[in-house]
Write a new protein. Structure first.
Length: 320
């Protein structure tokens, strides 16, 4: 039985989409006593996943408006099975919004679409969309370059039901230009490589798009980065669409952020990703009961399960 109250938070089983994951058969039932949804949750690619859903879209502050806005759509994916046995990858469709003066925002286009549905739907329509899988959210990361001022980067993300924020100076990439070329969306792109925070990046940038920007935190080349790959494809970004002179403003959520730094953020994220049920229970947001296939309490449900992959910045757990 599934019960949904659109005015409260609920638990969803999966985060993002996983391709070619044959290890997704084992399931455990998750019952949130403090929420209003009962759904099965998969042990995906050897790890537990927990999603907290809210039908309420946070208010936002606009930080850049048209005219002069250009949007670039990227396919984003990363491997959750580094062994290569299952070729399991999580995927998302991302949006890079660029504004005059160098300000930009990199966010999930899936979440932009979900927010739009939530703001224009009735509670009954939201319930139907949720139960039919049409409100599956994307990655919650938001990367703001040259915000709140030139030379600064702001990163926000949601872990379970908590929003986090940290700032840093705009990263400096020690790019090495190569002779490699690649055509992306009809643009001839030149190659470049660099080491950045534990990974080896290979990118292709279009000089005909004179923006020193790119997906995620990547930037610093004489043209937009159209394609990027780390460590032979462990993390990938590929530009698949361009929208000129768009009317969609660049905005930032008005939510109570937990201000932190980059290393502490990753440590918190790792705590949740390796033991999401314990994180949720410890946060005081509700109680979780996990049963096995026979309906009996699973005594191992609150044991940490190590991640089979590392984050996009692997230096996060190196002591400063």
């Amino acid at each position: 039985m599934i019960i949904f109250d659109p005015g409260h938070g609920c638990c969803l089983p999966l985060r993002g989409k996983t391709k070619n994951a044959s290890k997704m058969k084992k399931q455990t039932a998750i019952i949130l006593l403090a929420a209003a949804l009962v759904l099965p949750a998969a042990l995906s690619a050897g790890r537990r996943q927990l999603r907290v859903f809210s039908a309420n879209v946070p208010s936002s502050t606009v930080i850049a408006r048209a005219p002069g806005l250009t949007e670039f759509v990227y396919d984003y994916s990363f491997s959750v099975d580094p062994s290569g046995v299952d070729d399991a990858r999580e995927t998302d469709r991302m949006l890079l919004q660029t504004a005059p003066g160098g300000l930009s925002k990199f966010t999930s286009l899936v979440n932009v679409s979900v927010d739009s549905v939530l703001m224009t739907s009735t509670p009954e329509q939201i319930q139907d969309a949720l139960l039919n899988g049409r409100l599956e959210s994307g990655d919650y990361m938001n990367v703001f370059k040259n915000y709140p001022s030139t030379g600064l980067l702001t990163y926000t993300d949601k872990i379970c039901n908590d929003w986090f924020r940290y700032g840093e100076e705009m990263p400096v990439f020690d790019w090495t230009l190569t002779d490699s070329t690649l055509t992306v969306l009809g643009y001839e792109c030149r190659g470049a490589t660099c080491s950045f925070r534990g990974r080896e990046w290979t990118v292709f940038y279009a000089e005909d798009i004179p923006l020193s920007d790119g997906p995620w935190k990547l930037c610093g080349l004489p043209g937009l980065i159209m394609e990027a790959s780390a460590d032979g494809g462990a993390y990938r970004f590929e530009c698949v669409g361009i929208m000129n002179d768009t009317q969609r403003p660049v905005s930032v959520y008005d939510v109570p952020y937990n201000d932190t730094d980059r290393h502490k953020f990753y440590a918190t994220k790792y705590s949740f990703d390796t033991n999401p049920y314990a994180y949720f229970a410890a946060s005081g947001q509700g109680l979780i009961t996990v049963n096995d296939e026979n309906g009996n309490p699973d005594p191992t449900a609150f044991d940490p399960v190590p991640l089979p992959y590392d984050y996009i910045e692997t230096d996060w757990n190196i002591k400063k």
